[in-house]
Ligand binder design. Structure first.
Ligand code: F6R
Length: 615
């Protein structure tokens, strides 16, 4: 939620900031702004809209000269998206400029106090309160900016990643984080600051990820110093070598990141199991699991917490863990779990799933489970993310950067990781027969090829999209392993095409949703041959006899459903347990094509952001 970029060094800051903001637009895109410093003064330009709107505004408003600057792309929390509420915000004196990702929860009392002291506010934002609080501290105590930021932040409740700049001291930027990510790229006599490393990937491969409650002052031609915000103690900087490359964060010839990421799935699933799955030797080796195998085997229960698509991957995992490893599993929305005084203790294992590794509710659920003594394991995509650091152990999905706001490859790689964990535990517990265990291991190795084949459904998905692009409602039905896929298919459609869609367990239809079915209602039924095929066929018949339009995802060669359905999409044959990795592919493609045909912004759907760092 919100992307921030800063630069201090010897290059022109503006092009770096604008390019960086474009890469961070997945984090928010309702308004954008920039402040540059050019030896005398601050030059501010900001606007409602996207970074491209900002570029147009800047061209009319300010000179882009200057080797120091900060910029922001916003996902509104406090105050509607408009020019005034856009960041950067200036302090009352006009000396300080700030950009902020997060929420200052106690901004109202702070604002009242500042108003009493004569401060005025132009915007409705919490951020403008923070910059004036810093100014007030600086003025009263007559101290340097870094110290003033530190004192102010100690009065603040909430979450932040901030960059603050003082035009009276134009050789430094002060940055700090609590709960929102902040990376510092280290170049030759230059520093880059950003919400993630993508804005500076072509300039340096050395980065520091600030930890919560840390701040840093980046100074021109000086070494970086990191301090704890609370007690001012110095922290040894840990410089990481970035694994990301430029190609990964560009569209590579596709019209949208979403399509690129859908098509990356065969390769990234391979990356997910590479070095971990050794089918020939009958082994799964995952360090995070091996080091903690006793915790998993002795767990009285596994709790899975996540949000959105990651929660759907958790639901698939529930079926897999219970079937393979016979461990009871509960799956919860992180946002519900954290606020309901859950019963959880040291005999429980909590698995937190998150693509970004920054989702505020998931992070809070992890902290709660840790406080209550549970062992917490993370399944994250973003290396070095907050969740990957907050958990006791974990496994990365290795899907590479996912930039399209609608999650695709993150989902299938999460399921791949969770399947491997379930198989490893099944082996340790002896809950699968040896032949089944080996069969699943070999089958997992064939999944990338089958996903490639499933991608051949693109043309059918596009043709079906042409028929249903103007529908106002969709139903998605599945049973067993494919019930979560029905939920995921519906989520994909609604988030990028704005068509109302609901996912249901197919058998639940009779308990209410069947009333919705008429000749206008497209019903996507996930009906692979394995699992509860016959039952799903009966459900299809129920829809057909009420004139619903059936779009069925079936196993290649299925004639029975073909005879009933209006449209059929064929996927390769696979086991029930691994079918979600295939059935989900045509649903991603269908939602993509419908959204494109409706003229929607596929990669940046309205009201959404990729990384939900506020609750
Ligand atoms: C849907 C989507 C969201 C995320 C959710 C959790 O396409 O992307 O529902 O899955 O916001 O995000 P992470 O996985 O980053 O915790």
């Amino acid at each position: 939620m919100c992307g921030i970029v800063g630069y201090i060094g010897h290059r022109e800051a503006y092009p770096i900031i604008i390019k960086g903001l474009k890469r961070l637009e997945y984090r928010g895109y309702d308004s954008a702004g920039v402040v540059l410093y050019d030896e005398k003064d601050l030059k501010l330009s900001k606007t409602k809209g996207k970074v491209s709107d900002l570029e147009e505004r800047v061209a009319k408003e300010i000179s882009t000269k200057g080797t120091i600057g900060i910029g922001h792309t916003r996902w509104a929390t406090h105050g509607v998206p408009n020019d005034v509420n856009s960041h950067p915000h200036l302090s009352n004196s006009g000396n300080l400029a700030i950009i902020h990702n997060g929420i200052i929860e106690n901004y109202e009392p702070l604002k009242k106090e500042l108003i009493k002291r004569g401060y005025t506010f132009k915007s409705d934002t919490d951020t403008e309160v923070l910059v004036n609080l810093i100014e007030e501290v600086q003025k009263n105590e007559n101290i340097k900016l870094g110290k003033a930021v530190q004192i102010a932040l100690n009065q603040v409740v909430g979450a932040y990643a901030i960059c603050v700049f003082d035009k009276q001291k134009p050789d430094e930027i002060v940055v700090a984080r609590l709960g929102s990510p902040l990376a510092i790229g280290i170049g030759e006599n230059e520093f880059f600051i950003a919400s993630d490393a993508s804005p500076f990937i072509e300039y340096t491969s050395n980065a520091i990820y600030l930890e919560d409650e840390e701040m840093a002052i980046v100074r021109l031609n000086k070494d970086l110093k990191i301090r704890k915000i609370k007690d001012d103690s110095l922290v040894d900087p840990y410089i990481q070598e970035l694994q990301m490359n430029l190609e990964q964060i560009e569209k590579g010839g596709y019209d949208h990141f979403m399509m690129k990421e859908i098509y990356e799935q065969p390769n990234v699933i391979k990356d997910t199991y590479r070095g971990r799955l050794h089918a020939n030797e009958g082994l799964i080796k995952m360090a995070g699991i091996e080091d903690n195998i006793d915790k998993f085997i002795n767990a009285q229960r596994i709790l899975i917490v996540a949000c959105g698509t990651s929660w759907h991957a958790g639901l698939v995992a529930e079926y897999i863990f219970e079937e393979f490893a016979r461990i009871p599993v509960e799956v919860e929305y992180a946002s519900e779990f954290r606020y309901r005084n859950p019963i959880i203790g040291d005999k429980d294992v909590l698995i937190a799933i998150s693509q970004s590794g920054e989702t505020a509710d998931t992070l809070a659920a992890i902290k709660l489970a840790k406080e209550k003594g549970a062992f917490v394991f993370g399944v994250c995509n973003v290396v070095g993310s907050s969740i990957s650091r907050e958990t006791h152990a974990g496994a990365y999905t290795h899907a590479g950067p996912e930039i399209g706001v609608a999650s695709t490859k993150a989902f299938t790689t999460q399921i791949t990781v969770l399947t491997m964990i379930a198989l490893r535990l099944a082996k340790a517990k002896g809950t699968l027969s040896i032949s089944d265990y080996h069969r699943y291991l070999s089958e997992l190795e064939t999944i990338p090829e089958k996903v490639s084949e499933a991608l051949h459904t693109n043309d059918s998905a596009k043709a079906i999209a042409t028929v249903f692009k103007d529908a106002t409602n969709f139903l998605y039905l599945g049973r067993g392993y494919n019930f979560p896929v029905a939920l995921e298919g519906a989520l994909k459609l609604k988030e990028i095409s704005y068509i109302h869609a609901e996912g249901y367990p197919a058998a639940e239809m009779k308990h209410g949703p069947i009333a919705l079915i008429d000749e206008q209602m497209p019903v996507v039924v996930i009906a692979p041959k394995q699992g509860h095929y016959d039952k799903v066929v009966s459900n299809i018949q129920e829809i057909k006899s009420r004139s619903g339009k059936i779009i069925a995802v079936v196993t290649k060669g299925d004639e029975q459903v073909r005879a009933l359905a209006d449209h059929v999409i064929e996927i390769p044959e696979t086991s029930d347990a691994m079918s979600p990795l295939l059935t989900t592919i045509p649903l991603q493609l269908l939602s993509y094509h419908i959204a494109v045909m409706r003229g929607c912004n596929v990669d940046q759907p309205r009201n959404l952001a990729k990384s939900v760092t506020v609750e």
